[in-house]
Design a protein around this ligand. Structure first.
Ligand code: AMP
Ligand code: MG
Length: 320
């Protein structure tokens, strides 16, 4: 790995809203904690891929062995804030078999006939999986609130309900990583304008995006309340400046990598004895093939030890 780690501190410490947090004070163009430029940031995010994918394979292996732990990355943000890009980037670095992606759009008639958490519960990751939510249950304290579709006493109660729900999710073995992408009003205008300029981006444009933009301040207030009322110890928010796409992707990559490292993932122990199975297998093989397998044993073990040392070093480096 040649790309240099230029994080001054763990982004979780920097991006977690504290007591005195104010959304209106967030500079969406800032790159907090990263002491490097765009090129270096992109290089480092790419270099993280190897570690991230090894961590994910370990998580997946534990799931196969009956392990209950999983990770859920929740991505929220205004239209054009780069949710799709973050999701694509993160998923692009790991084995798609171990990832379950769910994008939450306007509720269908069936979804509307249930409690708002119904569709969310169904989409939760199971043991060994990395779940990714592109929008989430947080839409239910944003859109209907701003549009006045539900009364204040209804959305008011939802914050505590969401906190209880998330505590349950965490207690069942899921690490919750909630990322709020913060884009400036000006940058959103420019990104929407670009979507309109390019016919290959028209599919991403929704006239409702302009309606939501006319309620910008109301959405900011609703987001501020989300961060203030649902950032808990078991499920904190990370507020990520997102006017620079490379920074948002880099920061989420680091948050996810560190969250997986914190799970202390080892390879699961088999329920059978290696020697017994080797003996049984050998009985089914030609003698020369058995000899060949035995001859390679030393080299295989050496390579494995090298890989394990490299992994331990990469983990130690990431924790620097
Ligand atoms: P997109 O993410 O661009 O595909 O758009 C999905 C749309 O669905 C956005 O306008 C969201 O605000 C909207 N949406 C998602 N969840 C909800 C919800 N629970 N209530 C109302 N609108 C929602
Ligand atoms: Mg959209």
């Amino acid at each position: 790995m040649t790309a240099k780690n230029r994080w001054s501190r763990h982004p979780a410490e920097i991006l977690r809203p504290g007591e005195d947090f104010s959304l209106s004070d967030v500079d969406a163009r800032a790159t907090p904690g990263w002491q490097g430029d765009k090129r270096q940031g992109k290089e480092f995010a790419r270099a993280r891929g190897a570690l991230l994918s090894e961590l994910q394979e370990r998580l997946f292996a534990q799931g196969r062995a009956g392990g209950k732990r999983s990770v859920l990355l929740v991505v929220q943000g205004m239209d054009t804030s780069g949710k799709g890009g973050v999701v694509r980037h993160v998923i692009g670095m790991v084995d798609p078999q171990g990832v379950v992606l769910r994008a939450f759009g306007r509720p269908t008639d069936e979804e509307l006939s249930h409690h708002y958490l119904w569709r969310v519960r169904k989409a939760l990751p199971t043991g060994g999986q990395i779940g990714v939510f592109d929008r989430s249950h947080y839409e239910d304290v944003l859109v209907p609130r701003v549009q006045g579709l539900i009364e204040p006493d209804v959305w008011e109660k939802r914050y505590a309900e969401i906190n209880r729900f998330e505590r349950e999710v965490v207690e069942s073995g899921t690490t919750l990583l909630k990322v709020g992408l913060v884009i400036s009003r000006r940058e959103q205008g420019l990104r929407l304008a670009e979507r309109l300029q390019r016919f290959d981006k028209h599919w991403k444009f929704d006239p409702a995006d302009v309606d939501a933009r006319t309620r910008w301040d109301d959405y900011q207030q609703a987001y501020a309340d989300v961060f203030a009322r649902t950032s808990t110890d078991v499920a904190p928010w990370y507020v990520v400046p997102a006017d620079r796409k490379w920074y948002a992707r880099l920061a989420v990559t680091e948050l996810l990598t560190r969250a997986l490292i914190d799970l202390d993932l080892s390879w699961p122990k088999p329920r059978w004895k290696v020697e017994t199975q080797q003996r049984r297998l050998a009985e089914t093989m030609e003698p020369d093939a058995v000899a060949e397998a035995r001859a390679s044993e030393k080299a295989v073990r050496k390579k494995l030890e090298q890989d394990e040392r490299a992994f331990a070093a990469a983990v130690a480096e990431a924790r620097h």
